[in-house]
Design a protein around this ligand. Structure first.
Ligand code: SF4
Length: 500
């Protein structure tokens, strides 16, 4: 069967709509809502139990925050130390300022091996830079080997969760994807495949095994990089990652610069907090660590591509830089009421949920409609901060970024041109504030207005007209009371000042 191979769509598509628009379909999709609700509630309950087992959880959380803050403050020093350690251990370090440079470096490294296909362990950094698509343009096919990533790739879909990229799919949908798509990518699904987890896992295992045994080049990300020894760490649950990291002759790791930790002692903290926060496990099932290359064991060549791609801009922001502490556990997604209803695709980024709402606008800037809308994709309830194992104050950063959006404006496409316009609601918000200031400084007019509102309350519209329509489309307008508070106070308490 001939087939045009496509990579996963690049994030964000150039015309990705703003969050409210992108979320509209998702909130009306009952299957998606049900899949998400079931999955997030199950994981969040398990996480709460796993965390409650530790009497020193708060101290671990604080230690994680301090280690990350210290490392970020001295990142220049630790990155140089990391490069020296990796080089001394037989690896080669490449520095990539942005996605284009990282993709070019990786494509050239793969081409130098003479290979035209690679296996990949789940890596958010390579999704962020659109590596699969860039490799495809160079005639190189990338095969995802993480089970959820495989489902996403076979379904020509997009990941919607940090830890469970196919969280929006149920078992029946996965069975159908395997049945119809696997054969086009390699070994087909077994005849009569059902939707039982064991059969689906076996189908994926057989499909992937032939790719692992054939692949000469592996591509990975990393959860941590230890500067003192140049050791990289991948934390995963299936063992597929370990096959990718050990079987190929050449290993290329693309890692964001913020994943550095100074020492093994620092790593110890995160190896306790990450599994409990992500999969609610006391200890992670497969924690793979490698330091350069070793004779007669594992890859013969190791390349580390250190990725900036907006991270140093985020680092320069005193409030926003805390987002770089993130260890991608996804706990904040699983407790977020907005994510639970909107799903991950509406965020227009490989980083969905609360962390995506503060990370994407910092990595990509707030000029596009989607990035300008992300800081508003939150009720500021603070549940994300409560569960974050490195204490990122996500609501604080959201408010900070809203300020940036209001100050900076939004780039809007007009025909072939992109023009900068004030953020939506900015002018209306200013007018509303001016009206409120006038009313509060004219008490007589305010009283008359309140009485008028009470007397006409049955005639009030249920939604606001004009620019206020978007605000009232998703909220109930507060009903005017039958009697204004001041009148009630005067009637029940006596004089104007409240004295009987
Ligand atoms: S922001 Fe915190 S809770 Fe969310 S993924 Fe990152 S580390 Fe986990």
């Amino acid at each position: 069967m001939s087939r045009t191979f496509v990579g996963m769509p690049v994030f964000p598509p150039p015309t990705h709509p703003a969050f409210p628009e992108a979320a509209r379909d998702a909130v009306h999709n009952h299957t998606l809502r049900s899949n998400l609700r079931h999955a997030t509630h199950t994981i969040r309950a398990k996480r709460a139990r796993a965390v409650a087992e530790l009497s020193d959880w708060d101290r671990l959380r604080e230690a994680g925050r301090l280690i990350k803050d210290h490392t970020l403050r001295h990142l220049d020093r630790y990155l140089v130390q990391l490069e020296e350690s990796v080089t001394a251990a037989g690896g080669t370090v490449h520095w990539a300022v942005d996605a284009a440079e990282a993709n070019r470096i990786v494509a050239e490294l793969v081409k130098a091996t003479g290979e035209s296909e690679v296996v990949k362990v789940k890596s958010m950094a390579t999704q962020e830079i659109g590596l699969n698509e860039a490799l495809l343009e160079e005639g190189i096919r990338a095969y995802e080997t993480d089970l959820a990533e495989l489902i996403v790739q076979l379904g020509n879909d997009r990941p919607s969760h940090i830890l469970v990229p196919a969280i929006h799919r149920n078992r029946g949908e996965i069975r159908d994807i395997f049945r119809t798509e696997m054969g086009a990518w390699g070994r087909p699904a077994p005849d009569g495949l059902t939707d039982t987890p064991a059969e689906l896992a076996e189908a994926a295992r057989l499909h992937l095994r032939e790719k692992f045994l054939r692949a000469k080049v592996g591509i990975s990300g990393a959860n941590f990089m230890v500067a003192e020894t140049g050791t990289l760490v991948v934390v995963e649950s299936e063992g597929n990652g370990r096959m990718c990291l050990t079987l190929p002759e050449t290993l290329i790791s693309v890692v964001g610069i913020e994943k550095t930790v100074p020492t093994w002692q620092d790593l110890e903290v995160f190896l306790q907090t990450l599994p409990r926060s992500s999969t609610a496990e006391r200890m992670n099932p497969y924690t793979s660590m490698w330091t350069g290359t070793t004779d007669e064991d594992g890859p013969r060549a190791f390349h580390l591509v250190l990725l900036d791609n907006g991270r140093t801009d985020a680092l320069a922001d005193q409030v926003g830089r805390q987002a770089l502490r993130c260890i991608r556990c996804s706990a904040c997604l699983n407790v977020c009421p907005v994510y639970e209803r909107a799903g991950g695709h509406a965020y227009g980024s490989v980083y969905p949920g609360p962390i995506g709402a503060i990370l994407s606008p910092q990595l990509r800037g707030t000029a596009s409609e989607i990035d300008a809308s992300l800081p508003y994709a939150s009720s500021l309830c603070g549940a994300c901060y409560e569960v974050c194992p490195v204490a990122i104050d996500i609501p604080e950063v959201l408010v900070h970024l809203r300020e940036r959006v209001v100050e900076g404006g939004v780039a809007v496409r007009q025909g072939n041109k992109v023009v900068l316009k004030p953020a939506k609601g900015h002018a209306a918000e200013r007018a509303a504030m001016r009206a409120a200031r006038w009313a509060f400084s004219h008490p007589g007019a305010l009283r008359t207005g309140q009485r008028l509102a009470s007397r006409t309350r049955r005639l009030h519209p249920r939604t606001l007209p004009g620019p206020g329509r978007a605000w009232s489309a998703t909220r109930d307008l507060p009903a005017a009371p039958a009697e204004p508070f001041r009148d009630w106070w005067q009637r029940t308490r006596g004089g104007k000042d409240g004295a009987k």
